[in-house]
Design a protein around this ligand. Structure first.
Ligand code: BG6
Length: 504
């Protein structure tokens, strides 16, 4: 990996949670791997009025306590924090951007970091417009500047368009990096290599051979301290509109013309624009909402969603979604894509399953009704790939069993999977926008989910409650079961199996 050009990274909202939990640890990892620019500074910007030294000391302590930096790395951590400056600044005050420009100039001459500046908006999205206006008015959005914004990119199509227009008023699209940390996960990027570098998959990667695709992201955590945000988001906006739809684009896209950012992002946007819109009847039929109830979970008493801080007692916000969607293009016509995501579920796991159609009857029933080739891409944890297929059970009869060929990333000696944030920050510092959401893709995602959310809002029914530590609401579990049942049941084949058994 190449080191990016010299620059200053300015983080807004630097005293917030994101900067503590993700950004500073990711930058520290890049520092340890020698991947930060030669002349570089992180300028942390936040409302809290504290001396720079105290900001650094507190963050170092937090990183050591949380394990974001190992104890044995304490010296290296101190070295890293010599690159971190702090500037107390109110981003909502349009008058103070001149002072910020002055501070950036001071840091630049101190470090010799050159003219490039990357702004990272780690603030709540409500603060974005004022920051973009301030940067523009103070001349900080010049040719050598770029900007990273965190999701959510709007809360519906209209607000996403407004946000995109605001960002584009100060920065051209190629210098806007909309970060979706799922795209930074190594296993997600590997989907393209798996599909397009191996000649065995691409010829069968279509409606003629694939029966269904399942994309599931389950979490064991609840909404934690983010009740206020979650009340306005819910699982549909928080997870499906971005992470799960992005995963879908990697599974479903056509082979890009080249590996450039625009080619790949063109293909992603095309898939999203082919999602079949849902009317009210389709939403009723193809979606299930759930909300976690309280109770004992793994031996620990946990709160119901409605009892979390900053959540309304009568909240109808969903913490779980199951959904069936279709991509109306030539490759995918008629193939259902199932999405499942939720909080406080039995396990933390993100996985994509590509379920192939059964073989013709004579052989497909040899190992019972569940026989299907299935390719599983396990995104986390235990990152890997597994292919299921049928194998004859040794002996006389033609009985088969389902076995799997498994690859696990941990078996690659000396390979540590890079953290998604480190990878994405490095890409943004290098000006590579391939793994960042483009405005048209974001808008296409909202266009698809808006009618679903609107229908739920109008509907008198509430999300179904599910116990924490479960697999989600019964309705969603049923949806899964119906799906596997419809893809099984091969009476003719089973009959043939018994005949064969009889002959053995
Ligand atoms: C974030 C969501 O984008 O992704 C969180 O806002 C969610 O609600 C998180 O917990 C999940 O990310 P990961 O990488 O832990 O699967």
């Amino acid at each position: 990996m190449q080191r990016p050009e010299d620059q200053i990274l300015t983080i807004f909202g630097a005293s917030g949670d994101l900067s503590k939990r993700k950004l500073l640890p990711a930058l520290f990892q890049l520092f340890l791997r020698g991947l930060l620019p030669d002349k570089f500074r992180v300028l942390c910007v936040g409302r809290t009025k504290i001396p720079a030294g105290e900001f650094a000391r507190t963050r170092m302590r937090e990183m050591l306590d949380s394990g974001a930096a190992a104890r044995e790395c304490a010296e290296k951590l101190e070295e890293f924090f010599r690159l971190v400056e702090y500037f107390s600044f109110d981003s909502s005050d349009a008058q103070s951007y001149g002072a910020l420009a002055g501070e950036i100039e001071r840091v630049r001459s101190l470090s010799g970091a050159g003219g490039r500046v990357l702004f990272y908006l780690g603030t709540p999205p409500a603060a974005y417009p004022a920051i973009v206006d301030g940067l523009k008015a103070s001349g900080l959005a010049g040719e050598k500047s770029s900007i990273i914004v965190e999701k959510p990119f709007g809360s519906d199509l209209e607000s996403a368009r407004l946000l995109n227009a605001k960002l584009n008023s100060a920065f051209p699209e190629e210098r806007i990096f909309r970060i979706d940390h799922y795209l930074g996960k190594e296993t997600v990027q590997n989907i393209l290599v798996l599909r397009f570098s191996n000649e065995i998959f691409e010829p069968i990667w279509d409606r003629n051979h694939i029966e269904s695709v399942e994309i599931s992201v389950s979490e064991t955590v609840g909404v934690e301290k983010r009740g206020a945000y979650y009340e306005s988001a819910g699982a549909m906006r928080d997870m499906i509109q971005n992470h799960l739809l992005e995963l879908m684009t990697f599974v479903a896209m056509e082979c890009p013309a080249n590996l450039g950012a625009d080619s790949i992002r063109d293909e992603m946007a095309k898939v999203l624009s082919c999602l079949r819109p849902m009317d009210d009847a389709a939403v009723e039929k193809n979606t299930v909402r759930g909300q976690y109830a309280g109770g004992m979970c793994g031996g620990v008493q946990t709160a119901a969603y409605v009892d979390e801080p900053n959540v309304a007692k009568d909240s109808a916000v969903e913490t779980y979604v199951a959904m069936k969607a279709f991509i109306d293009n030539r490759r995918w016509s008629g193939v259902p894509f199932y999405f499942y995501t939720g909080k406080r579920l039995a396990q933390k796991r993100s996985e994509i399953s590509v379920n192939f159609k059964p073989a013709p009857p004579l052989f497909s029933g040899l190992c019972g009704e569940n026989m299907r080739n299935k390719l599983s891409i396990i995104i986390q944890p235990d990152e890997g790939i597994s292919l299921q297929f049928a194998l004859k059970i040794p002996g006389k009869s033609f009985s088969a069993t389902q076995v799997s060929m498994d690859f696990n990333y941990s078996s690659l000696a000396d390979v540590t999977l890079p953290d998604a944030y480190s990878r994405l920050i490095l890409d943004a510092m290098s000006g590579d926008s391939t793994l960042f959401a483009r405005s048209d893709a974001v808008e296409a995602g909202w266009k698809f989910v808006d009618p679903i959310i609107a229908h739920w809002k109008r509907s008198p029914s509430k999300p179904a409650l599910y116990p924490c530590g479960s697999d989600g609401p019964t309705e969603a579990v049923n949806m899964k079961l119906e799906h596997s049942a419809s893809s099984c049941a091969l009476p003719l084949a089973n009959a043939l199996t018994s005949n064969l058994d009889g002959r053995a």
